[in-house]
Design a protein around this ligand. Structure first.
Ligand SMILES: [Zn+2]
Length: 134
C-alpha cells in the first residue's frame, strides 16, 4: 500500500501539472487513496466568479466517476505557482463538508510544509467535528 510520503509526492506532481489556477496563482494538487489501493488525482480548477473547484473536490469527483466508494486518505500539496516550496495547505470548509458526505470521519488528511519539512496529519473528524446532515 502506498504510504503518506508517496501520496504527498504525487500530490506535489499534480500541483505542478495544474494549468487551471490562473486566477489565484495558487496551485493545489491532491491525491485520493481508495480502500482498494487506487489513487485519483485532482487539482484546483478555477474560473471567473465563485464557482471554482478545489483540488480536494476534483479528486473526489475523479474517484466517484470511476465508481469508487471507500476512501482512506487524501494528500494535499499547495503553493504559489512561482514558489518552489510547498506550504501547509488544508481543505476549505466547503471541501470538508463535501468530503464528509462521501468518506468517513476516519479519512486521513495529509499536507506537507517544505520549509519546516513537517508532515501534518489529521482525520476528517478532527477538521470537521460535526458535519451538516439531515
Ligand atoms: Zn475547498
Amino acid at each position: 500500500m502506498i504510504d503518506k510520503k508517496e501520496l504527498i509526492e504525487k500530490a506535489k506532481e499534480a500541483a505542478v501539472e495544474n494549468f487551471c489556477c490562473n486566477h489565484s496563482k495558487y496551485t493545489v494538487g491532491t491525491v485520493l487513496l481508495t480502500k482498494s489501493g487506487k489513487i485519483y488525482k485532482g487539482f484546483n480548477i478555477e474560473n471567473h466568479g465563485i464557482q471554482s473547484i478545489c483540488g480536494e473536490r476534483s479528486a473526489f469527483v475523479n474517484a466517484l466517476l470511476n465508481g469508487e466508494k471507500e476512501f482512506l486518505a487524501i494528500a494535499i500539496a499547495g503553493k504559489n505557482v512561482k514558489d518552489k516550496l510547498f506550504a501547509k495547505t488544508l481543505p476549505c470548509g466547503y471541501c470538508r463538508q463535501f468530503m464528509s458526505e462521501y468518506a468517513t470521519g476516519e479519512l486521513k488528511i495529509y499536507t506537507y510544509d517544505d520549509e519546516t519539512e513537517e508532515c501534518y496529519e489529521y482525520t476528517l473528524d478532527e477538521l470537521l467535528p460535526e458535519n451538516y446532515s439531515f
